[in-house]
Design a protein around this ligand. Structure first.
Ligand SMILES: Nc1ncnc2c1ncn2[C@@H]1O[C@H](COP(=O)(O)OP(=O)(O)OP(=O)(O)O)[C@@H](O)[C@H]1O
Ligand SMILES: O=P(O)(O)OC[C@H]1O[C@H](OP(=O)(O)OP(=O)(O)O)[C@H](O)[C@@H]1O
Length: 547
């Protein structure tokens, strides 16, 4: 027997535990000095209670107790605080300022994530206050806490959800379109957004506004730019308060640390006003996030305005490690981000030549990239090309090993990484199809009727199972790594789900297409944090769009 901890759970040895203790103490003291008092919430909640508060931030661990209640380990503290305020503190007038340091527990969300499943969150919730002063207090305190933790060069991206909500409501668009737009915003999919805004569902002024909003970023001028776009449409909701919040933050000396960014809207259904996400240079994932969630308490029976944030102790410690490594070089942490080469994941294989051509047309020095030999990283002035298998590109970018990259939409759909999809590069066009041996249709259908399932071979099990789940058909998926067409020819599977481009492979192996699953082209995409703090990615995006 191996005496190991469960995946994603670990012991913390003394040296690290001492650092964690010290950091926690300093942060809690910082919160305490601003009038925030400690609270603790239970490790377990009834699942229905958690769900009542809105979208769950991550999949929780769940189990039944002896009474048959479905319980969940807390994936987050905010929902619990909302529940607590609306129930146990119902009779008290407030406002309440709470702080906490608590472990949260999350089931792994994807295979690609080598993630911890137990994390320590430090955060605050301010219940019963609203307006720019309360919002600035929340964002300012997040900045102060990160400074207390010596996180160098951090950035706080702030936006407000009011403007987009107003644009959608007043656009007159059908619900399905609005949901698709929100989905594109949530998944940071600029390519989908472009397609939706070009489909003629809403007038061009609304379409242009919805499309340009997430690309606007900067300082005070970014707010003015948003205003000039949404004001003629009568959609300035929340923008005045947001501008006042921004001014207050600048007055607190935070101009260098905050960046207005209207693409930060990942939890639109949960937040009602300002949203904030914290990033540190060199970290692939955000340090923490927060915002205003005025509707959540009402879901528990008592309406009160509320705002708060939480950040991860583990992420803060990781930022310090990256900061210490950068400090070894001549530059400071924030400056080193600018000086460090931009890391681009470049696919080898069939997308390679077009990728090099696109990067070169965008103005990058691609010398040596077309003939790297066995060298896996090609370094040119200002840029490191990381040569990857196309199916690995999403992992490199999502985990922050590369700042941005290129691969087929098929690889992105299969991996479903947390990245920002920026440009449809149009090359690498292919179609995903379901195919079977020519003339085998009746026998495959008979097989399904008799056994209630068929075997489908593919390199893309996630795309395939999503397709069959939608079709309501039971299948056994056989995962292969290449020459998928062999599976039905050898009797290993009845059908395949695979790529076709010219159709030659299907034709030469006497296979015929049963259905179309989706079409794919190559995409340029970026790590969500790098996209928000590294201006070079925005520049490269523009250059690639023009090429
Ligand atoms: N005829 C085609 N066959 C395969 N892929 C194509 C074709 N045309 C375009 N593509 C695109 O090129 C991408 C890379 O294909 P390629 O064959 O180079 O790598 P792969 O073998 O699928 O990936 P990996 O080596 O990571 O398993 C595909 O994901 C797809 O988006
Ligand atoms: O329609 P066509 O132009 O004939 O292209 C389709 C073929 O290309 C891909 O294979 P790939 O060359 O990537 O090899 P693999 O089977 O090893 O993945 C795909 O899996 C098909 O087999």
């Amino acid at each position: 027997m191996n005496f190991v901890t469960p995946a994603g759970f670990r012991d913390v040895l003394s040296d690290e535990a001492r650092m964690r203790e010290d950091m926690t103490r300093r942060v809690q003291q910082c919160f305490d000095e601003r009038g925030y008092v400690p609270i603790e919430t239970p490790t377990l909640e009834v699942m229905d209670v958690l769900q009542a508060g809105g979208r769950m931030p991550a999949a929780p661990f769940k189990f039944f107790d002896s009474q048959g209640d479905l319980l969940a380990m807390r994936p987050d503290v905010t929902l619990q605080v909302a529940r607590m305020c609306a129930t146990r503190l119902k009779g008290q007038p407030g406002p309440f300022r709470f702080r906490y340091t608590q472990r949260v527990f999350r089931e792994a969300e994807s295979e690609m994530q080598a993630a911890a499943r137990e994390m320590t969150q430090m955060g605050i919730e301010c219940i019963g206050e609203e307006g720019p002063a309360a919002d600035a207090e929340m964002v300012g305190l997040l900045a102060e806490a990160l400074r207390t933790c010596n996180v160098g060069g951090f950035k706080l991206a702030i936006g407000t959800v009011g403007v987009l909500r107003a644009l959608l409501e007043r656009s007159g668009a059908p619900e399905a379109w609005k949901e698709s737009v929100l989905q594109a915003y949530h998944s940071s999919n600029f390519v989908d957004l472009e397609v939706l805004c070009a489909d003629g569902t809403v007038g061009s002024a609304f379409a242009d506004a919805v499309l340009s909003l997430p690309r606007i970023r900067g300082g005070k001028e970014a707010i003015a730019e948003v205003r000039s776009i949404v004001s003629p449409l009568g959609c300035v909701d929340g923008l005045d308060a947001f501008e006042q919040t921004y001014d207050l933050l600048v007055r607190e000396g935070l101009a260098e640390s905050i960046v207005v960014d209207f693409s930060v809207m990942s939890s639109f259904d949960y937040y009602t006003g300002i949203v904030v996400e914290a990033y540190a240079p060199g970290l692939g994932a955000p340090l923490g996030s927060g915002g205003r969630y005025d509707n959540m308490l009402a879901a528990y029976g008592q309406s009160r305005p509320a705002a708060g944030f939480a950040f991860s102790l583990e992420q803060v410690m990781a930022a310090q490690t990256v900061g210490a490594e950068n400090a070894g070089s001549a530059a400071s942490v924030s400056a080193s981000r600018i000086e460090r080469p931009l890391r681009i994941a470049v696919p080898k294989g069939s997308l390679n030549a077009d990728t090099i051509a696109a990067l070169s047309a965008a103005g990058l020095d691609t010398t040596g990239l077309d003939n790297p030999g066995r060298q896996l990283i090609i370094s040119n002035p200002g840029v490191d090309y990381i040569i990857v298998r196309p199916t690995d590109a999403p992992a490199f970018v999502a985990l922050g090993a590369a700042d941005c990259g290129i691969c087929g939409k098929d690889s992105l759909l299969e991996a479903d990484p947390d990245v920002v999809e920026l440009v449809d590069l149009k090359f690498g066009a292919c179609r995903f199809v379901v195919a079977e041996p020519a003339g085998a249709g009746p026998s495959v259908e008979d097989h399904y009727r008799r056994l209630g399932s068929i075997r489908v071979a593919t390199k893309y099990p996630n795309i395939t199972s999503a397709y069959y789940a939608k079709a309501g058909m039971q299948v056994e998926i056989v995962k292969l790594h290449g020459n998928i067409e062999l599976a039905p020819l050898t009797g290993m599977a009845e059908r395949i789900v695979d790529i076709t481009a010219t159709g030659t492979t299907l034709r030469e192996n006497n296979l015929s297409i049963v259905d179309e699953v989706l079409a794919s082209t190559a995409r340029f995409f970026a790590n969500a944090c790098a996209f928000r703090i590294d201006a070079r990615i925005v520049e490269l995006t523009k250059a690639l769009q023009g090429s």
